[in-house]
Design a protein around this ligand. Structure first.
Ligand SMILES: Cc1cc2nc3c(=O)[nH]c(=O)nc-3n(C[C@H](O)[C@H](O)[C@H](O)COP(=O)(O)OP(=O)(O)OC[C@H]3O[C@@H](n4cnc5c(N)ncnc54)[C@H](O)[C@@H]3O)c2cc1C
Length: 411
């Protein structure tokens, strides 16, 4: 049952950061504080969704190598570990969750494409992605009819989006996806489609690269969200899109299983994103508690407020410990326990929600005055991760299913 039993004291987790990681953390933190946070607030309610994206900062992030950091160094990436990815998105979300997700989606897709593809598929993708500093990527699972199913994964589900291979070798893609981050602006989308209806998703789903300029691709709607307004989510249609064989990622029918294996860290970075925003809420609340005087003394001198802030600190540290522990295990544990990824996401997202609501309590009525206090934005942003990257209960059900499997294996 203990899947991490192979870890010993020698190769066990190190709860500190190397000088390189500390440098990355401080560089991103400073970018977030100096450049990102105010800019995100300024752009959040722009009437046109496209204008809510900080394109100039995306350029800067690309120039700094963070957008491509998940690719191996030999193809111009940063060769980042799961822990580096978690640090990067935590610090970006410390500035703005929407912007952090903009980048995190690129990190996920670049790892899937690189991991599953080779030859011309990989070369063409890299050319598009690394050659254009504004190139955004999307990962497309969610459909109107099939959504939590793909996270829970225990059932006999199939994606409704379908691709059929014609005798000439080309694939024809049809269907709908929705809620997908970056979709309205993405140049390249990684789309999961059923390619063998006789089999469940795990052995009957293929992953394809769709380019935004492919005939038959359409973003039908840009969703108006209350959270993460620094990126846009789309509902899309794939209408008889003809995809040449080199748009298939990896083996036919195994795209879903293959991508899930590569994306061990996806739920971990989701957790790290919520942690970054929650930490920002905590720091603002602490600062406010030190300066706001009520009852003849700063709020921070009142026992209830002190306890609240202490609890926020405890919760943030517990979330970070689990995220780092899971990220570390991704790289080092040959028997990686996939439950850790879901645990990191579920715990951090719950902590983030509680922390932001506590911060709002410390700010009192000011937290409702949207131009005067960032905390309402943090509450809204963190709420998105109760569902984004999978509903909380879906991850709990996934943990339970994996536990059951392990118990069965152990007899
Ligand atoms: C901000 C944001 C960004 C997103 N970005 C992306 C993206 O980039 N790509 C992408 O593919 N998707 C994306 N999503 C979609 C996200 O993955 C889904 O919202 C999530 O998987 C939940 O699906 P749903 O919203 O359809 O909820 P539903 O599946 O309708 O679930 C509703 C509720 O029912 C419960 N439930 C559902 N099924 C079961 C079951 N079988 N047993 C018990 N309980 C169940 C759930 O736990 C949940 O509480 C995003 C969502 C948001 C909010």
């Amino acid at each position: 049952m203990n899947r991490t039993a192979t870890l010993t004291a020698e190769n066990g987790p190190f709860f500190g950061l190397t000088p390189d990681l500390l440098d990355l953390q401080s560089e991103v933190r400073s970018f977030s504080l100096r450049r990102l946070r105010d800019r995100a607030r300024e752009l959040e309610w722009e009437p046109k969704p496209h204008d809510r994206i900080a394109w100039d900062l995306l350029q800067e992030v690309s120039d700094r190598g963070w957008r491509t950091i998940g690719l191996p160094r030999e193809v111009g990436g940063g060769g980042a570990s799961a822990l580096e990815l978690a640090l990067l998105v935590e610090e970006l979300a410390y500035g703005d969750m929407g912007f952090a997700v903009l980048i995190d989606q690129c990190l996920k897709v670049q790892r899937i494409v690189y991991g599953l593809s080779s030859g011309t598929t990989r070369e063409r993708f890299l050319e598009r992605f690394t050659g254009d500093p504004h190139c955004l990527l999307s990962i497309c699972f969610t459909e109107p009819e099939t959504s939590s199913d793909y996270i829970i994964d225990g059932g006999d589900f199939r994606f409704r989006t379908r691709a059929e291979q014609r005798p000439d070798g080309n694939w024809v893609l049809n269907g709908y996806k929705r809620f997908v981050s970056n979709a309205p602006e993405a140049s390249v989308l990684c789309v999961f489609a059923c390619t063998d209806e006789r089999r469940p998703a795990v052995s009957g789903t293929s992953a394809f690269l769709v380019y935004a300029d492919d005939p038959g691709f359409e973003v039908i709607e840009t969703h108006e969200k209350m959270s993460q307004r620094g990126n846009n989510n789309g509902r899309m249609r794939f209408d008889d899109i003809v995809l040449p064989p080199d748009r298939l990622l990896g083996e036919a029918h195994h795209g879903y299983a293959g991508s899930r294996q590569i994306l061990k860290e996806s739920a971990i970075t989701a957790g790290a994103t919520t942690l970054g925003t929650a930490r920002a809420a905590y720091e603002l609340a602490l600062e406010h508690a030190r300066t706001r005087v009520q009852g003849g003394a700063p709020l921070f001198s009142h026992a209830n407020v002190r306890c609240r802030l202490a609890e926020m600190y405890c919760e943030l540290e517990s979330a970070r410990s689990l995220i780092w522990r899971a990220a570390w295990a991704v790289e080092h544990d040959p028997n990686y326990d996939y439950r850790l990824s879901s645990a990191a996401k579920v715990h951090a997202a719950e902590v983030a929600m509680r922390t932001c609501l506590s911060a709002a309590e410390v700010f009192g009525g000011l937290s409702i005055m949207y131009r005067e206090c960032d905390v309402n934005k943090f509450v809204r942003d963190c709420m998105s991760f109760l569902h984004s990257d999978g509903a909380q209960d879906s991850h709990r059900l996934r943990i339970a299913a994996m536990t059951e499997e392990m118990l069965a294996e152990d007899g």
